[in-house]
Structure formats: C-alpha cells, structure tokens
Ligand binder design. Structure first.
Ligand code: MN
Length: 260
C-alpha cells in the first residue's frame, strides 16, 4: 500500500528581471511564481512545483506526465495574436511569449487527459484562449461599466465587487454561496468562451468572472485572486482544497491503473 502522498501541482513560472545592485553589474533573469499561490496550495495539502519556461516540448511533456494538477497564475496580458486579434489598445501590456506557449500547451494536455486545472486571473484568460475563446483586451475602453475591475494601490484582498455565481455550477457548490464578494485586479476579461467552457460567474455589469469545463473532472477558472483571500475567506479556502482533493484523486486513480 502507498501511504497518502501530497499531489504535485505544477505552477508555470514567470520571468522577472532583477537589476544588479552593483554599478555596471549584469541584470539577472529569475523564473518563479508569486508566493501566495504556493502558500495557498501548500496549506491546502499539495506540493507545488515550478514549471520552467522554454523547456523542449518533449521535456515539458515529461514534466507534465508527473504532475497531478495544474495551477495557472496571474500575470501580464496574453499576446492577442494567440486569439487571432490585433492589439486594440495601448494598455495591452508587455506580453510573455514563452509563458503563453508553455501555458497553452499544458492547458490543452490537461483538457485532453482530465488533469485537474485551476486558472486564476491571467490563468483564467489563458484557459479561455487555449480552448479557442477570445478576450476583451481592455475593459475601460471596450466595455461600459461603473465597476472598478482594476484596483491599483488597494490592499490585495480588497473587496472590489460581488460576483453572482450560477447556482448549478461546480464553483457555487464549492463556495457554498451564489453571491460572493471578491477582489479584482484585471483590465482584460473573457469575451467569447472557449470550446466546452460554461460561464459560472459574472459581475453586475455582465463581465465574465469565472468559467468551468463540465466535461472535465475538475477544470475551473476565476478572474479574481483567491490566493490573496485565502487566509480569511472560507470560499477561497474551499476552492483550493477542492482543487487539491481532485488532484489527489487523479493521482490515486493513475497509481491504481499502473498497479493493475
Ligand atoms: Mn473583476
């Protein structure tokens, strides 16, 4: 018998350039993930592992095959070319091409193979683009709304708006609520949902705030930041915990298949 082992959750890295503190020193590139995601995953019972960028396709696939779940985190805007659109607004910020490619490949594999998937903010938008959906590139210039979806300068757990959850959704079952106060730090949003995705939450202005893929065992994504709400918010804790439980179940089933 195998003792229970924490599921391995892949978190795709992002690059951060760190300027040398020495005069004339060279900048250094770091690949990492925002600590609040890792801390929330660990507290919920998982072992997060950073997925490096620019792996050869076979190496990325080899790493994917050892994972029990995928978390795609927040970050900068996805290159609009990946959903067939020209850049429509100057606020579409610097893109991360290596991360786009890695995350889209992993999302499609997770979809095909039923690997549990949680997308957050940019990760919610990547899931949509990977499955053929489109994005609003800039909410303030493309949509009419009196809700502030981007809240620079506010605390990370600031309740910017409420989202209305579809009562029949997996997300509503997990949260135990259909009216959820959330933080909000995004200037883009899902426009047309990708293939197989259903909309599970919106704000009062109609902006899509969450989607899920009912054909998958666990494939959820949210536009807000539960990693910042996690310390004090039972709904955010329940979201991470149900994701980690799904990953543990995926791992368990795979081990059973291997043992047969
Ligand atoms: Mn929002």
């Amino acid at each position: 018998m195998h003792p229970p082992v924490a599921p391995l959750i892949g978190v795709v890295a992002s690059y951060h350039r760190v300027t040398s503190s020495s005069p004339g020193g060279e900048d250094r590139l770091f690949a990492g993930a925002y600590e609040a995601y890792l801390r929330s995953l660990i507290h919920a019972g998982a072992l997060p592992v950073i997925v490096p960028l620019e792996l050869a396709p076979a190496a990325l696939r080899g790493l994917f095959d050892r994972l029990d779940g995928i978390l795609l985190a927040g970050g900068s805007d996805i290159d609009p070319i990946l959903y067939g659109a020209p850049a429509v607004h100057s606020t579409t910020s610097a893109t991360e091409p290596e991360r786009d490619l890695t995350e889209i490949a992993i999302t499609r594999w997770a979809t095909e193979e039923g690997l549990p998937f949680l997308g957050i903010c940019r990760g919610h938008q990547v899931a949509n683009v990977a499955l053929g959906g489109t994005l609003y590139q800039d909410i303030p210039s493309q949509l009419s709304t009196n809700i502030q979806h981007d809240n620079p300068g506010r605390p990370l757990d600031y309740h910017a708006h409420h989202v209305r959850l579809e009562p029949a959704s997996r997300l509503a079952q997990i949260a135990g609520l259909t009216d959820l106060p959330t933080n909000s730090r995004h200037h883009q949003a899902v426009e047309r949902p990708g293939q197989g995705l259903v909309i599970t939450a919106r704000t009062a202005d109609g902006v899509i705030e969450a989607t899920e893929r009912p054909a998958s065992p666990f494939f959820l994504s949210v536009q807000w930041h539960p990693e910042n709400l996690y310390p004090h918010d039972p709904a955010a804790q329940a979201l991470f915990k149900s994701f980690v439980e799904a990953a543990a179940e995926f791992r368990h089933e795979r081990l059973n298949i291997l043992a047969d």
